[in-house]
Design a protein around this ligand. Sequence first.
Ligand code: IFM
Length: 472
Amino acid sequence: MTTIDASPATGTAARFPAGFRWGTATAAYQIEGAASLHGRTPSIWDTFSRTPGKVLNGDTGDIAADHYHRMAQDVGLMKRLGVSDYRFSVAWPRVQPTGRGPALQRGLDFYRDLVDRLLEAGIRPVATLYHWDLPQELEDRGGWPLRGTAERFAEYAGHVAGALGDRVADWTTFNEPWCAAFLGYASGVHAPGRTEPAAALRAAHHFNLAHGLGVQALRSVLPRSAEVSLTLNLHAVRALTGSAADLDAARRIDALGNRIFLDPVFHGRLPADLVRDTAEVTDWGFVRDGDLSVAATPVDWLGVNYYSPTLVAAADPGAPAAGGDPSPWPGTEGRVRFVPAPGARTAMDWPVDADGLYELLARLRDELPGVPVLITENGAAYEDYADPEGEVHDPQRIAYLHGHLAAVHRAIADGADVRGYFLWSLLDNFEWAYGYSKRFGIVHVDFATQRRTPKDSAHWYADVIARGGLPG
Ligand code: IFM
């Protein structure tokens, strides 16, 4: 049995407010496995990962971290970490296999069991309804570019809330709709692997609509005390220089990466510059009267996922049109150039820059007063391995986490209303198109044996939680 030492040492440099929520996060397809057990049907990620060439090494989520069968052990790990909260996602094809009609009790039972075990362990469950695993049958009917998918989502939300609403107080409709829309339908590096820029913009709109319909469906079933939210991977966009051209490039990426969701959801409008910038791609004729007020159905908090900032400049005038891979940024070709940021990088080749998180939180403080924020994901992949003593030393991850938590602490001190932090991720897991080659967990998973080994970062995080702040 692995132990996690959580006895707080002395010397806390940055103490977080009382009641700050300390959590870990995962997602269904990345950890559950049991892909065809008990009536679960294929999601778009099952189809995509089984398509040769789409996922590194041909990895799939068929077994993943086998959480479906090891859920009790995983809850035990979290209890020993001392987390107050656990953010997980529900697999739509496990609870409503065709994406329409009645729910499958067996699927709902799995999540009831999970939630009961969490509550028993004193851990608050935070349920995300959609972390990218659309039932394949709905994709076959048109997927997210089709309006009807948003209506199906609201029905599904109602089923899950009906089954778990008496014991789950925190709900999130979508995780990172930007990735689902633009990596799934524009660049095609995520499921369903389509490369249709206009369809990606339609999908983005339908995510906003589905979010609003989903919030309404949840509120019609849940007790009044329940809290409902949305999680966005907001982009901390920076211009390379202060030139008008570079600033304009940053504005375009801010519109497509951030305001495309923030404006409908919090202000009931589409950014006018976004509509202008993408005029060659779509006329936005799929937005119907009333959609944007549905999208703006009030939420209780906003989830923010942050990993690294985005540095952009104006495209070089006269540069040949970029060939190669399709872009996830419709309408920016020939206008925006992505610039590699200097400095340390994670195993994902993502720059390590905690100031970007501070910048985002300060922006939300100023632009969305009265909307509490939870950091629903933050963490890093590194090349971890178990040494001959069976230990996993990950000092770079500890440094990454320390730096980002310090940025959160600074943002709170400067007036940002940040209520909690969910570390991505509890376990090493299926990292989408990278398969099992990238390890984000604070608990190492040996995928051959499914043995779990808390890394040094797990011990470090347990200490942070126990002391309620960062060691000095
Ligand atoms: O693993 C993903 C997660 O599913 C969504 N946010 C980013 C993580 C790291 O890439």
